[in-house]
Design a protein around this ligand. Structure first.
Ligand SMILES: C[S@@+](CC[C@H](N)C(=O)[O-])C[C@H]1O[C@@H](n2cnc3c(N)ncnc32)[C@H](O)[C@@H]1O
Ligand SMILES: Nc1nc2[nH]cc(C(=O)O)c2c(=O)[nH]1
Ligand code: SF4
Ligand SMILES: [Mg+2]
Length: 215
């Protein structure tokens, strides 16, 4: 859990509290957050130890929705936008947490791979970053794509754009907001993303936090 600036997608630039939910079975080889994949009870730690950690580690804590809200206040976070990411946050039912946060004046956003059903408040902004043919073998759910307010697709080569086209072609109404995000700031991926965004009138998502060296 940490406070930073949203570096990706349509909300780029918005101050936000990030909460990484532990556990992800999908297994993208280029994943930025491999420390969130495992869900092992031996890694459960105290809230204080996890909140004060500075590097990446598998250690995590369990907390109720009310407990998390109280913890935000205790940390004196200024941001009023909460990003639930991971790991794969949609392994969990986020309805209670997101409803509670909205009732207390926060806006919420979920970053998900679309491989689990999205369970959250109707006001939550849902970013689906569909994970196609990953080793975890999980299929992207049409229900997740239909719920998406934004599709943010990580790409390195033309094949990834073709896969996205195939996925979107099954939807009755095309998504309003599609962003392409170059994988790991690779120059060729960035070039391809720029070219395709201009051709398709899509948005470029550059992981701006990496360019300025923040979390
Ligand atoms: C770490 S994932 C966690 C949330 C969820 N599991 C998902 O994949 O959307 C958060 C975002 O980072 C993106 N991402 C992860 N590693 C990346 C990388 N090396 N380059 C670009 N985007 C990456 C994912 O596609 C996703 O949009
Ligand atoms: N600053 C910042 N913005 C982000 N947007 C999505 C992120 C993620 O890992 O889900 C992320 C992240 O890790 N850092
Ligand atoms: S689905 Fe998200 S958290 Fe899981 S491996 Fe892929 S990028 Fe990482
Ligand atoms: Mg990240």
């Amino acid at each position: 859990m940490f406070e930073t600036i949203q570096g990706e997608g349509i909300h780029t630039g918005v101050p936000a509290v990030f909460v990484r939910l532990q556990g992800c079975p999908v297994g993208c080889p280029w994943c930025d957050t491999k420390h969130t994949w495992t869900l092992d009870e031996k890694d459960i730690d105290t809230v204080d130890a996890v909140v004060s950690k500075r590097g990446e580690s598998e250690r995590y804590f369990g907390i109720s929705a009310l407990g998390l809200l109280a913890l935000f206040e205790q940390q004196r976070y200024q941001a009023r936008h909460v990003v639930l990411t991971g790991g794969e946050p949609c392994m969990y039912d986020l309805t209670e947490l997101t409803t509670l946060l909205h009732a207390h004046g926060y806006t919420t956003q979920i970053e998900t791979s679309g491989t689990f059903e999205v369970r959250c408040a109707s006001e939550t902004w849902v970013t689906v970053s569909p994970k196609i043919n990953m080793k975890g073998g999980y299929d992207v759910l049409t229900s997740a794509l239909q719920r998406a307010d934004e599709i943010k697709h990580p790409i390195a080569m033309q094949k990834h754009i073709d896969e996205l086209d195939a996925l979107l072609s099954v939807l009755e109404t095309p998504p309003q907001n599609v962003c392409l995000q170059p994988i790991s700031q690779q120059p060729r991926a960035t070039e391809l993303a720029i070219k395709t965004c201009i051709e398709r009138n899509w948005r470029l998502s550059l992981q701006t936090h990496k360019y300025v060296g923040i979390a």
